[in-house]
Ligand binder design. Structure first.
Ligand code: DQA
Length: 150
């Protein structure tokens, strides 16, 4: 069965209790369930992961690229958390591994501090979903599915 990777970066394991006024009270386990339901409706399975470590996310992007090349995955939905704003390594991994990526942010980063306005991922992402809360993950899976069909 074809997979969609959903990769989460630092501090997203704290979802539900972390800054609930910004990120809401939904937990990452709830998000995983939501992603599974949406992907299932599209005939996809979800490979849902979270890491606080940049290099781990790089390795997973390489793995996702290899799975896409092998025809077993449509790509990855990526919420890289704060690494979005700092990581040339994640930019290079997405580009180098040729992974179709939809970048997701739960909050509208453009309404927040200026350091959140720049993303190293956006120039190498196929699409971006920002500010829809955790529902953005569902939109991103649907959007990635649509993009790769075109
Ligand atoms: C975030 C936004 C980032 O700026 C922040 O560092 C996060 C979460 C979001 O989903 O809104 O960890 O990616």
């Amino acid at each position: 069965m074809t997979t969609v990777f959903v990769l989460n970066g630092p501090n997203l394991n704290l979802l539900g209790t972390r800054n609930p006024e910004v990120y809401g009270t939904t937990t990452l386990a709830d998000v995983e369930k939501l992603c599974g339901e949406v992907a299932g409706g599209l005939g996809l399975t979800v490979d849902f992961r979270q890491s606080n470590h940049e290099g781990q996310l790089v390795d997973w992007l390489h793995e996702a690229g290899a799975e896409v090349a092998a025809g077993r995955s449509i790509g990855a939905v990526v919420n890289a958390g704060a690494y979005t704003h700092t990581s040339v390594a994640l930019h290079d991994a997405i580009e180098g591994a040729s992974v179709p990526v939809i970048e997701v942010h739960i909050s509208n980063v453009h309404r927040r501090e200026e350091f959140r306005h720049h993303s190293y991922l956006s120039p190498v992402a196929r699409g971006i979903v920002v500010g829809f809360g955790v529902h953005g993950y569902a939109l991103a899976i649907q959007g990635l599915h649509r993009l790769v069909q075109e």
